[in-house]
Design a protein around this ligand. Structure first.
Ligand SMILES: Cc1cc2nc3c(=O)[nH]c(=O)nc-3n(C[C@H](O)[C@H](O)[C@H](O)COP(=O)(O)OP(=O)(O)OC[C@H]3O[C@@H](n4cnc5c(N)ncnc54)[C@H](O)[C@@H]3O)c2cc1C
Length: 409
């Protein structure tokens, strides 16, 4: 049986491990921290139907649907509190499942727990530092001085991937977008009623100085995120308390008439996700060598506004497992994986860049693009969700796919 060493226990890591298990490959997952996503980036995620259907192939859709909540509608308003439009987020699966929102930490924990329950071996506090090819596979070295050998090394180590650098030292690096993200949860279950927010609807506000989004869970808890522009990338040593971030953000959001400032002000320190840098990544030209490959954000960073990052990671994981199952030669299997994924991923990345205005040169530029977006949104709403069917209706299959010509000789 082939042995795969997966670096990163976030989203792509455990899902790849479960897919490989099904494909007859033995996985081991090494995560840099004591728990996945210890670097808290963002409060919650929306998982689109294409990602949910890929999870269903692994009988793992329940990981999201058991603890997440249906979120089928996006509602946009202006800084003056004026409602712009409502739009559906993605389509509906045959069993009625729609896009779900889930707390980020809950999703990481649940995926890790599910993979562990299935017998996947996880090693925590195990940070990859280097990897080299051996006669019949790869040897990875870790910050704790240990090494592990495997037939294939899979980098599911996120946007600042070490695996990507090992495969290609000239690979592009993630760059700071000029935007901070922040988030939190309001445990006062009555506040949403006072503010007139409807449960199950994802509200987005194009504020004058910051972008704000919130979702009311069925139990009344408000989940929120905000983006604020900044010229300065946060360093690991910077120390601003949650209370200080809250004060800054409330000041920015007070320029608007909507509920945002009240929601942020009502967030206690222990449920406040302090500012984190938002990154973008140029196209990565090399996803693999003969026995190392990257999946998820390590290979492509989809803008958070597209709501497709998780789904792309899950689709990658299943596709890679199918290629390793069907193509005995590892190098050919990794090439086939890239062949099957690249065009799809690049189309989603391009869509994400368009929706977030990430192409603008700096944080302020991007914010201006966002402020202009209401006009384009109204136009888009008129045409419904159909123009995005190519994104939501895509399905990875578990059945054998035709092997590309160059690999069948
Ligand atoms: C603010 C924000 C909001 C977002 N919202 C959404 C959304 O609503 N919907 C959506 O689909 N996507 C969203 N995304 C994108 C989504 O979070 C990512 O696409 C997804 O997390 C990618 O999963 P991953 O496993 O590839 O990487 P990650 O989730 O980043 O996991 C990587 C893991 O690798 C570990 N690691 C890193 N380096 C090493 C190393 N050297 N050795 C060992 N382990 C290592 C890390 O600790 C981490 O646990 C959002 C992103 C951001 C920033």
């Amino acid at each position: 049986m082939k042995k795969a060493l997966i670096i990163g226990g976030g989203i792509a890591g455990p899902v790849t491990a479960m897919a490989l298990q099904r494909a007859g490959v033995e996985p081991i997952v090494c995560e840099a921290y004591q728990e996945a996503a210890a670097e808290q980036i963002g409060a919650f995620l929306t998982v689109a139907v294409n990602g949910l259907s890929a999870l269903a192939l692994l009988d793992a859709q329940h990981v999201v649907t058991d603890i997440g909540y249906p979120t089928a509608t996006l509602s946009f308003s202006t800084s003056a509190g004026k409602h712009i439009t409502d739009m559906p987020i993605g389509g509906t699966l045959p069993d009625g499942t729609v896009t779900h929102s889930i707390k980020r930490r809950d999703m990481y924990r649940a995926l890790n727990a599910e993979a562990t329950r299935r017998g996947v071996r996880f090693e925590y506090d195990k940070r990859l530092v280097d990897a080299t090819a051996t006669a019949d596979g790869v040897r990875a070295s870790f910050a704790d001085g240990t090494t592990i050998e495997a037939d294939v090394l899979i980098g599911a180590d996120g946007i600042r991937s070490r695996t990507r650098e090992i495969i290609d030292p000239a690979a592009p690096k993630a760059h700071f977008l000029g935007i901070y993200g922040l988030g939190g949860f309001v445990t006062d279950r009555g506040l949403h009623r006072e503010l007139g927010l409807r449960p199950g609807i994802y509200n987005m506000v194009f504020g004058k100085k910051a972008f704000f989004g919130c979702f009311v869970a069925p139990d009344g808890e408000i989940w929120w995120f905000a983006n604020m522009p900044s010229a300065q990338e946060l360093s690991g040593t910077a120390h601003t308390t949650s209370a200080q971030w809250r004060e800054q953000l409330v000041a920015l959001l007070s320029a608007d008439r909507g509920p945002a400032a009240r929601i942020v002000a009502a967030t206690s320190d222990d449920t406040f996700v302090p500012a984190f840098n938002q990154y973008d990544m140029p196209t990565v030209r090399q996803w693999h060598n003969d026995n190392m490959v990257i999946v998820g954000d390590a290979a492509h960073a989809v803008a958070s506004s597209s709501g497709q990052g998780v789904s792309m990671a899950v689709e990658d994981a299943v596709t890679l497992a199918i290629c390793l199952r069907d193509i005995p030669d590892t190098a050919a299997a990794l090439a086939a994986y890239e062949d099957r994924r690249r065009a799809r991923v690049e189309r989603v990345v391009a869509y994400g860049a368009q929706t977030s205005g990430d192409k603008a040169s700096n944080g302020l530029g991007r914010l201006i693009v966002r402020l202009l977006t209401p006009y384009f949104l109204k136009k888009a709403a008129k045409s419904g969700v159909a123009p995005l069917n190519w994104m939501f209706d895509y399905r990875v299959g578990w059945e054998t796919q035709p092997v590309a010509r160059q690999f069948s000789d």
